[in-house]
Design a protein around this ligand. Structure first.
Ligand code: BES
Ligand code: ZN
Length: 457
């Protein structure tokens, strides 16, 4: 017999002071034996193919908040939760979006062959006047000659605000801006409150041809923007709840989440169909696993528009629910072949119950997971309500982040499997019936040493 000291000192204070007890050296320590047995109840059931297939399905098209693509994803996620036996709720909320309306330009009374888009925030209106080229529209480039004219501006070096303000202050009646060097497309630009002239964007090629034309002749231009403005759209959170075992209800709630919306121009396979697929997979497994803790699996809408769905969800929680919520696990970008190692981010850069559980599960499965400081996802509204929460993500990020190339072929089943195992084991450590007892030394796994890491994103 030998004496082993077991230190169960997690950063959360939820736990024990160091204690010691005797074990038989020939056998594994009781906690080691039980750790893996408990973890295995979850991790042996994880199916990476099923996560991969869900990502393939969800990333067939972009899922920008408020679009048909999002709504299809929402319906799919809801029906998946229901097929596992969950009661689900679709929680709608309003988002505001800029609608560019219709814009047009003409030169010497002829419509050009190229397209035009209004700036976000442009006023509606139609103006006609001489076209004048003012370069980058810095304060020193813009003189009184723009008065009563339409300013042709090159994008770059100064903010949209400054450029428009400089010509507006000198009496310009409209703005046509062409794209900057090395940039393609004609969809860009912001106009601000008080900049009361219509402003539109054109491609670099179109702009350079106008600059050349102006060297040879005067050009009479017109710019019109109609029906542009802010419109309301509806986005959704999808919520699946699992009640604890009625005789073993400890009153606590653990939430696991991801965001189902994508950016408008990308299929968002990793960001964040990967997190949705892992959330669905853990929900599938936990549906049949008794717990003493209420579990909520939530996919959020409109994360890419500023965490709108998760703020809405957090704002609809009652004080009692907030008191009972002990942990929120957010999975965002958890499957990229081309990203770095797993890390857990908290908005304040401090450890908490979620990072302790994640690091400890990681140590048992594939190595302790480090933590760092970052907001930028749906763990933030939970954190602001005082709920221990962390974002599970791989860093450095893959080059495909927020691009049309964030596609299924870049997804790694190994990465998905590993994150689902770690988050699944961490959730189960706290939700399984024989723990409220992170305090219960007989079954509580050992804490892990894990470090702060400020690696680049
Ligand atoms: N998946 C990202 C979060 C992220 C990005 C974490 C980069 C770490 C590094 C998320 O979907 C996202 O893009 N969030 C927005 C923030 C939000 C408030 C609009 C972002 O970071 O621009
Ligand atoms: Zn994301």
């Amino acid at each position: 017999m030998y004496k082993k000291t077991l230190t169960v000192a997690l950063a959360t204070g939820l736990v024990l002071s160091p204690m010691s007890f005797s074990v038989d050296a020939a056998k594994p320590a009781p906690n080691e034996q039980s750790d893996h047995a408990f973890d295995n109840k979850v991790i042996k059931k994880i199916n990476a193919d099923s996560m991969y297939n869900n990502i393939a399905l969800l990333s067939k098209q972009p899922r920008a908040a408020g679009t048909e693509g999002e709504y299809k994803a929402v319906q799919y996620i809801k029906s998946e939760f229901e097929s596992y036996g969950y009661e689900t709720e679709l929680q709608p909320f309003t988002i505001q979006e800029w609608d560019g309306g219709t814009s047009a330009i003409s030169f010497n009374d002829e419509e050009p062959s190229f397209d035009v888009n209004s700036f976000e925030g442009s006023i509606n209106g139609r103006v006609t006047g001489p076209l004048v080229y003012v370069g980058l529209a810095s304060a020193s480039e813009v003189g009184d000659e723009v008065e009563g004219k339409i300013a042709l501006i090159e994008r770059g070096s100064y903010s949209f605000y400054e450029k428009i303000q400089n010509v507006y202050d000198k009496g310009a009646i409209g703005v046509i801006m062409f794209n900057g060097e090395g940039r393609s497309g004609n969809s860009f630009g912001y106009a601000y409150e008080g900049q009361d002239i219509p402003a539109v964007a054109i491609t670099r090629e179109a702009g350079l041809s106008l600059v050349e034309q102006l060297q040879n002749e005067d050009v009479q231009a017109s710019v019109s923007v109609t029906n542009a403005g802010v419109i309301d759209k509806t986005s959704y959170n999808v919520i699946a709840k699992k009640e604890p075992h009625p005789k073993k209800d400890n009153g606590q709630i653990v939430t696991v989440g991801a965001h189902h919306d994508s950016v408008p121009n990308g299929p968002g396979a990793n960001d964040d169909a990967s997190g949705v697929a892992a959330t669905l997979e853990l929900a599938r497994i936990m549906a049949k696993t008794p717990t003493d803790t209420e579990l909520r699996f939530v996919t959020f809408g409109a994360e890419e528009k500023g965490l709108v769905g998760s703020y809405h969800y957090a704002d609809t929680l009652t004080d009692e629910e907030i008191d009972n919520m002990v942990a929120h696990f957010q999975m965002d970008m958890v499957g990229s072949r081309d990203a770095g190692e797993l890390i857990m981010f908290t908005p304040d850069g401090n450890k908490n119950l979620v990072t302790d559980l994640g690091a400890s599960a990681g140590a048992r499965i594939s190595g302790a997971v480090d933590y760092g400081q970052l907001g930028r996802s749906d763990h933030v509204p939970f954190f602001l309500k005082g709920i221990p929460s962390a974002l599970f993500i791989h860093a450095p990020l893959e080059p495909w982040y927020h691009s049309p190339d964030d596609t299924i072929d870049k997804i790694s089943k190994e990465k998905l499997q590993n994150v689902a195992e770690i988050v699944g084991a961490a959730v189960y450590q706290i939700a399984r019936p024989d723990t409220p007892a992170l305090e219960n030394a007989r079954v509580a796994p050992s804490p892990a040493d894990y470090d702060f890491d400020d690696r680049p994103l």
